[in-house]
Design a protein around this ligand. Sequence first.
Ligand SMILES: [Zn+2]
Length: 163
Amino acid sequence: MRQITLSNGTTVEVECLSCALTSGLVQPDGGVVIETEHFHAHQDVAYPIKGLIILASKRHIYCFDELTEEEQLDYISLLTKIRKAQRDVLGIEHVYYFYNEDTSHHFHTWMVPRYKWMNEFGRSVESVRPVLRHARNKMNNQENVNEVIQAISLLTKALHGER
Ligand SMILES: [Zn+2]
């Protein structure tokens, strides 16, 4: 069990954070960006980077080869849609995808947009951790957080055909 503190300050104990999020037990800050039968996408606001989306399976699995054929199709289709929305409404040119099977949660893919300020941390996979740390420690100001919230709203609308 792990303890999670919600944005309203209350604490809940869950077995798996991804299960808690995809089942709706825990509501992500900024809301659900898009949801399908098998997947669930939200912004991780712990890292205030515009358009950083976490795409998680609803089933409690870990490895890519555990996806059913139906889930595989749903996954690639949704990943593509989110990617397109990132480009269309946020102007994101490149995205880094990060997914580790030995996660303490369950199957989820990070879609980390690249911005110019990230170049000082390098361009390889090793840059991802310092980029996230920088965002969490140095960009958690109200102005940037507001921009992140605005980006969530733009992505959500784009993904529901409301633009
Ligand atoms: Zn789970």
